[in-house]
Design a protein around this ligand. Structure first.
Ligand SMILES: Nc1ncnc2c1ncn2[C@@H]1O[C@H](COP(=O)(O)OP(=O)(O)O)[C@@H](O)[C@H]1O
Ligand SMILES: O=C(COP(=O)(O)O)[C@H](O)[C@H](O)COP(=O)(O)O
Length: 235
């Protein structure tokens, strides 16, 4: 699928220094651990993007050794990426019973998210739950050790003010509907065992919550990466 990628710096960031056109993330000696937040809708490529970016800091990102094969965590030399879906307070059945989508803040456990991101930033290990995307249930917790660079990727990294304030660099992936739905459909069928029909229904039912809760987080981002279908292919 032909596409166009654009990057733009958004609101000025606390942890950034801007000299002319160059912007760099300043990690002060006293602040040994930094937190990067990556927000986007489902299927926008958050995990794919972070897998590639963290490789830059050394090592091949892998799930915690000997742990749950369905862990959403990726660990490499200097970075640990955790997926905020692990802070779903309602599992798939629970959301269905309550009539809420996974994008609804009511389905997230923000107090625990805040406590654990804060602890990791302070250098303390945590026992983090695991949301299993294959079974749709919450699996037993996994131990996460602190890392030099902690990445939190998910649907709502900038929604809760307390969590947002812990993040040193906020990135939002703004992917056009055509691209994200195509990516989501093939991923959810191949890796998560969903049928085409159920994915299409889910996409439709989630649209109002995307507009209400996910897209508005863009205003907090330091960097917005846009990917749109290339109009030129139709001309
Ligand atoms: N940059 C990319 N180019 C091509 N395909 C991609 C890209 N990023 C993601 N994808 C596809 O989209 C699917 C969903 O990506 P994923 O990283 O799992 O999204 P998210 O974590 O945001 O739900 C992946 O399985 C992959 O096939
Ligand atoms: O929106 C997402 C986030 O995951 P991702 O961004 O990786 O797609 C998932 O749909 C929810 O976690 C619910 O899970 P399920 O789809 O299992 O009900």
């Amino acid at each position: 699928m032909a596409s166009t990628m654009k990057m733009r710096a958004a609101a000025p960031a606390r942890a950034f220094s801007a000299r002319g056109a160059r912007r760099s993330l300043v990690v002060k000696a006293a602040e040994k651990r930094i937190v990067i937040g990556l927000a986007a809708d489902s299927g926008c490529g958050k995990s794919t993007f972070m897998r590639r970016v963290t490789g830059i800091f050394g090592g091949t990102p892998k799930p915690p050794a000997g742990g749950n094969p369905d862990s959403n965590t990726l660990i490499s030399d200097m970075t640990t990426v955790i997926c905020l879906d692990d802070y779903h307070s309602l599992d798939r059945k629970g959301r269905s019973a309550a009539g809420v989508t996974a994008l609804d803040p009511k389905a997230q456990y923000f107090d625990l998210m805040y406590d654990q991101v804060k602890s990791l930033k302070e250098g303390k290990a945590v026992d983090k739950p695991i949301y299993n995307h294959v079974t749709g249930i919450l699996d037993p917790a996994e131990k996460i050790d602190p890392a030099n660079i902690l990445v939190i990727e998910g649907l709502h990294p900038f929604y809760d003010e307390r969590v947002r304030d812990l993040i040193d660099l906020k990135i939002y992936l703004d992917i056009s509907d055509e691209i994200k739905f195509a990516w989501k459909i093939q991923r959810d069928m191949a890796e998560r065992g969903h049928s085409l029909d159920s994915i299409k229904k889910s996409i439709e039912s989630r649209k109002p919550d995307f507009d209400a809760y996910i897209d508005p987080q863009k205003k907090h981002a330091d960097l917005i990466i846009q990917l749109q279908q290339n109009q030129s292919q139709y001309s």
